[in-house]
Structure formats: C-alpha cells, structure tokens
Write a protein that binds this ligand. Structure first.
Ligand code: V47
Length: 367
C-alpha cells in the first residue's frame, strides 16, 4: 500500500480494487470528495493499465449532424433550433449529406457518427435512405447513428415500436448506437435541464440500449457533467450504466461529456474545471468496472486535458471527428478536426501508445 493512498483515506478502496471487489455508491461519492486528486487518478490509472497497458485508442471518423431542427429545448443545448426557418436552422438534403462522404473518398475512414435534432416534419424514409445511401457509397463504413433519444422520438412520431425502429434502421445499414442523450439519469436533474415531452427519460434511454444490445448492436453511454448535478447523481448515473452492462455487456465505452456554457440557457454556469474533468474520468474508470473503455472526447475536454486524462483512467480519445457542431456552437475552442497523425503525436507526447481502432475496437492495420 502506497502511503499516499492511506493519507488520502483511500486504503479500503485500494484493498477492494486489489481484491477485485466492486466499488459501491458510497465509495464513488468518497472518490468525488477526496481532496487528493492524484491519489484518485493513481487508482484509476492502475485499473486502466491492467486492461490496456499504455494502449490508447482512436479512430478515423467523421461527424455528421444532418439537421439541427429540434422539437426539444434542453437548457444546455446551443445547437438546436426550434423550427425550420428560424435563424441558423438547417436541414441537409440527402445529397448534401452523402456529399460529405463522397468528398472524403481519399480518406481511409472507418466510421460515420450521426446525431440530429428531433425534426418534426421529415419523412421516415429520410433516415433509412440516408443510411442506405452511405452504405451504397462505402459499403464497409460503420454507421454509428442516432441517440436513444432520437430512436424514442422516431417511434412516437412514426407510430412504430422502439424495436421496429431499430430493426428498420438496421436493415438500412445502422451498425451501432452512439451514447448521446443520456445527460444525467437522475430525475431531479433531468427534469430541470432536459424537461421536454419529446425527450425520453432515463428508463427509456436504457431500455433502447438494452434492446439494441439484444438485437446484436453495440453502443456507448455518455454523462453530461459539470452543471447542476451532485456527486451522488454522477455516481447514480455510472451505476445505472453499470447495471445495464451487467445484463447485456453491450456498452463499449463510457464517455463523460464536459458541459459547455456558451450560447445556451445555462450560460450563467461556469464550465467544469480541468481538475473536475480529470476526476470524472478517473471515477468513471473505477466505478464502471465492466465497461472496457473510458473515452476522453477531446472536443469536449480540450486537447491538453484529454492528453492528461490518459493518466486518469481514459484509454480512448474518439477520433478525427471533422466538422463537429454541437460543442463548437457551445464554445469549444478545440480544432474542428485532427488528422490521424496529429492524434498519434498527441498520444505519444502524453507518453502513451496510439492504436487506431475501428468502431468495434478491432485494430486497424493500414497496408
Ligand atoms: O447528448 C449538448 C451533449 C451530446 C452540450 O457515442 C453538450 O462515441 C456539453 O453524445 N455542453 C451529443 N455537452 C454528443 C455525444 C457523443 C460525443 C462523442 C462521442 C460519442 C459516442 C457521443 O452532446 C448530447 C449532450 O449530452 N451536449 N450540448 C453542451 N452545451
């Protein structure tokens, strides 16, 4: 036992981790309250290295937001516009969306990540054609599309069951679900920051991921932190994700998302500090013991903090991204894109070993 862990009051948590005993809610809250951030980080790093050594994953992806028209009005969102025709509202034609991929014919992309607003007027065929079209252009590309919130919205709007929506999207080419829309599961917070009848609650979010896993897809789970949530509510969120993972094993990554306050209704709040960001990633690594990967989404954390997160439990940086809108409209000052070479360099500069992966964490070898 390192004396620092003892003086940080973490001996019993260290013992549990060494013995492979699960941390509980009280441990999680204590990790958030422990003044010794380095001690918390050290424990998280040990768990990270047990699983992945120095390996740090990234992928060659693009982000596409086909529309920002959204019937929900979440307080933290700077991206959405309520109606078509509102200033700044846009909806891409299918050709415009497909062009984003066609123009990158020279790039060895492996993934398109699509997240949209909840648009009231598009036909169901817009989404199925969108996916079909991408697969026609590039049959081998992985389509990680539509948050569980969008899936629930489609079910309500088009009069289908959640399962029917997922099956029809899978027939059109859907390969996995991204983790967006989770925000904070605890009803106290969700009611305040995302209280909209068009936005599904935590149980529906989790039941859609459960269904997706049962249908053979993998998915991610996110947590929007650094606004009005308490440590208890952060831990509750992690434990709900962990409980579903016990059932299905279908989550690939837990992704803490740092709140960005510009241009939204929560702009009076400060952004979370770098120290808080490091701690959230570390506690996620320690609590979500059954989820393989903790992702530091560099667009949300900032590049330098993402590098540091690689010593605080995180083993994944997401990817090249290219043309991200949700965070940049909310004040992110990161670049809109990084090349694979830049990502590799920044992982190496952090003292870690870069590994290009595909969406399912298979190593990509370029020949
Ligand atoms: O659900 C919106 C968040 C999410 C703000 O699955 C904000 O690999 C901070 O889910 N400040 C969408 N966050 C993005 C997302 C994601 C990102 C990277 C990887 C993956 C993955 C998923 O963005 C939303 C919401 O929680 N968000 N506005 C804001 N102002």
């Amino acid at each position: 036992m390192h004396p620092r862990l003892a003086s940080a009051g973490l001996s019993d948590i260290d013992d549990k981790l060494e013995a492979g005993v699960r941390l509980d809610e009280c441990d999680g809250v204590r990790l958030f309250g422990c003044p010794d951030l380095l001690a918390v980080g050290w424990l998280a790093n040990r768990e990270r290295e047990k699983r992945h050594g120095a390996r740090t994953f990234y992928n060659f992806n693009i982000r596409l937001e086909a529309t920002n028209v959204c019937m929900a009005s979440c307080l933290f969102c700077s991206f959405a516009r309520l109606k078509s025709g509102d200033p700044g509202a846009y909806t891409m034609s299918l050709e415009q969306a497909w062009d984003k991929l066609r123009r990158r014919a020279h790039q060895p992309l492996t993934e398109i990540h699509i997240v949209n607003g909840l648009h009231p007027d598009l036909p169901w065929s817009y989404y199925t054609d969108l996916l079909h079209g991408f697969k026609r252009i590039r049959p081998d590309i992985h389509l990680k599309c539509f948050t569980a919130v969008e899936i629930a919205f489609f079910a309500e709007l088009y009069g289908k069951s959640d399962e029917q929506v997922l099956r029809e999207l899978m027939d059109a080419g859907l390969d996995s679900l991204p983790g967006g829309g989770a925000e904070i599961f605890a009803p106290r917070v969700r009611k305040k920051i995302a209280n909209d009848p068009n936005k599904c609650d935590a149980n529906r979010y989790l039941s859609i991921h459960r269904l997706a896993h049962r249908l053979g897809m993998r998915s991610n789970v996110t947590m929007l932190y650094g606004h009005i949530e308490t440590s208890e509510e952060r831990v509750d969120h992690m434990l709900r994700a962990r409980a579903l993972q016990d059932e299905t094993g279908g989550f690939q990554a837990f992704i803490p998302l740092a709140f960005h306050p510009d241009n939204n209704q929560m702009r009076k709040l400060p952004a979370p500090s770098a120290a808080d960001t490091l701690r959230v990633h570390a506690v996620a690594r320690l609590m979500c013991d059954n989820i393989d990967h903790i992702k530091a989404f560099w667009i949300a954390t900032g590049v330098e903090v993402a590098q540091t997160c690689l010593w605080f439990g995180a083993d994944d940086l997401d990817g090249t991204v290219q043309e991200e809108k949700i965070y940049h409209m909310a004040g992110s000052r990161t670049p809109e894109s990084l090349s694979t070479r830049e990502i590799e360099r920044l992982i190496q500069a952090a003292g870690r070993a870069p590994v290009e992966r595909d969406t399912l964490y298979r190593v990509v070898a370029h020949v």
